[in-house]
Design a protein around this ligand. Structure first.
Ligand SMILES: *[C@@H]1O[C@H](CO)[C@@H](O)[C@H](O)[C@H]1NC(C)=O
Ligand SMILES: *[C@@H]1O[C@H](CO)[C@@H](O)[C@H](O)[C@H]1NC(C)=O
Ligand SMILES: *[C@@H]1O[C@H](CO)[C@@H](O)[C@H](O)[C@H]1NC(C)=O
Ligand SMILES: [Zn+2]
Ligand SMILES: [Zn+2]
Ligand SMILES: [Zn+2]
Ligand SMILES: [Zn+2]
Length: 455
């Protein structure tokens, strides 16, 4: 099945097109991780939380300035540049050319085309012409023009004519893949070209599936279902290198989930949701994650949210906009700037810190807490650039809502949630246009994604 897709490219291309067209409808993601959470938008006061040298637990690894060096922090899966697998993998997909599901067999010297002897034998008997010589050029030069889809290809070229080749190369691509090279690791094949002349992200369905689910650390193997990583080794390795950010490839399911939430929660009337340009996974230190998980466990033990069909601790994804002084998050910029007043770098590095609360902007309307929003357009108001940067930055955070106390009136004296509650949910109404979620302890929140969008 998979093999026939690979060896009959025109069919694969039309299949891909069908899939691509149906895509948006297939992958609607929820605005929040929890349907039972307040469905009303919440808002944020973005209290600037300046740098935190004082946040001991999270600070350990961040002072040697070395923690992200050499990491694949910003590397999208560039064609032909596998990041940590044997060079033999330059030969194309890391997956077996026959079954397209298992990795190619590596015997320590070279990477074979197939995962096993049985796949190799099947490939031969089925007349599959996938050899190392034909896999890059053979299949893509038959059938109709990759641009117009109506005229046969000029022999040896993906397009029928110079006009189509020119149009194809000038078409810009929404996912940042202007050259039209397959985004799967190590693959240098041209991508499927859509009817409107825009490029797809992958050369084939199997590479599409692989590319959309890549492990965010090694960018080689498919991630596990409930993890950003392919293996315990990659997960541990990433945590050990935290704090850091890992760029999420544009075609990835995680990119889509985050950017869909951004779009779905852009609610300010009369404004247009700006396009998301980049998404980074924020990797915290092991100590920081352990403290967050311990807090989550105590809230869960008290509130039994899982039994009620919610997430553990009633965890939700909420936005926070803040000040950026540097180019962190811009193309290729994954190193913290080190300025103690660059709130973005400080929060990504050591998470939110209440001990610094109010230093810049004073108390919030609901007291001494950390403010987030389910409304991206609300948090956008608090995202500021203290730099000449063309993109804006916003954080998507994991927040332990627990049992939220609904309040309608400001109460600037709060320093903790009212007794029996874990957070404050400021309801829309009164003098609030958008709701807010406030937590009063550092370990109730961790930044999870950094989202860069057009200003
Ligand atoms: C920092 O990185 C360099 C290479 O980039 C390495 O030689 C050195 O051991 C590292 N230092 C620490 C403290 O990790
Ligand atoms: C190429 O693009 C131009 C301008 O976008 C358009 O007018 C022309 O028809 C296109 N040519 C083909 C062959 O599609
Ligand atoms: C504000 O919160 C404090 C502490 O929970 C409470 O004692 C006080 O009554 C609240 N004030 C108003 C106006 O709700
Ligand atoms: Zn053409
Ligand atoms: Zn490919
Ligand atoms: Zn991995
Ligand atoms: Zn910075």
């Amino acid at each position: 099945m998979a093999a026939s897709v690979a060896s009959h490219l025109p069919l694969a291309l039309s299949l891909l097109h069908t899939v691509a067209t149906q895509y948006p409808g297939l992958t609607k993601s929820q605005p929040t991780t929890n349907p039972s959470a307040p469905s009303v938008p919440t808002a944020t006061f973005t209290i600037a939380l300046p740098g935190s040298k004082s946040n001991g637990a999270n600070n350990g690894a961040s002072s040697n300035g070395n923690q992200t060096s050499g990491q694949a922090t910003s590397a999208a899966p560039a064609a032909g540049t596998p990041l940590s697998t044997p060079p033999a993998n330059l030969n194309g997909s890391p997956l077996c050319q026959y079954c397209h599901t298992k990795p190619k067999y590596v015997d320590g010297v070279k990477t074979h085309l197939y995962c096993s002897k049985s796949c190799a034998a099947s490939a031969k008997t089925n007349g599959n012409q996938a050899t190392s010589n034909s896999q890059h050029s053979g299949s893509s030069t038959t059938g109709n023009c990759d641009f117009c889809h109506s005229r046969p290809k000029f022999p040896g070229h993906p397009f029928c004519s110079k006009a189509c080749a020119k149009n194809a190369s000038s078409s810009t691509h929404s996912g940042g893949n202007p050259k039209g090279t397959c985004q799967a690791p190590g693959c240098t094949k041209p991508t499927h070209v859509n009817k409107d002349g825009t490029y797809g992200d992958y050369c084939s369905l199997s590479h599409k599936t692989l590319g959309e689910t890549l492990c965010l650390l090694c960018l080689q193997n498919p991630k596990q279902t409930n993890s950003h990583f392919c293996s315990k080794a990659c997960a541990d390795n990433a945590e050990k290198q935290g704090p850091m950010i890992l760029e999420v490839p544009a075609g990835h399911v995680t990119f889509r989930s985050v950017s869909d939430q951004f779009k779905a929660s852009w609610r300010h009337p009369g404004t247009k949701c700006p396009p998301v340009k980049r998404v980074y996974k924020i990797v915290s230190t092991q100590a920081s994650l352990a403290a967050f998980n311990a807090y989550k466990a105590t809230v869960e033990a008290k509130g039994q949210f899982v039994a009620a069909g919610r997430s553990a601790g009633n965890e939700n994804r909420r936005w926070h906009g803040t000040k950026r002084e540097c180019h962190f998050g811009d193309k290729g910029q994954t190193q913290f700037c080190g300025s103690p007043t660059c709130s973005l770098c400080c929060i990504v590095k050591t998470s939110f810190d209440l001990s610094l609360f109010g230093k810049k902007t004073g108390w919030g309307r609901f007291g001494k807490g950390i403010y987030t929003s389910s409304t991206s357009s609300k948090s956008n108001d608090y995202s500021t650039n203290d730099c000449r940067c063309s993109l804006k930055a916003i954080l998507l955070n994991k927040v332990i809502v627990g049992k939220g106390c609904k309040v309608t009136q400001d109460n600037t004296t709060l320093t903790a949630p009212p007794p029996g509650y874990d957070s404050v949910l400021a309801e829309k109404g009164g003098n609030l246009n958008y709701d807010e979620l406030v937590v009063y302890t550092n370990d109730a929140i961790r930044p999870s994604f950094l989202v860069m969008y057009e200003a």
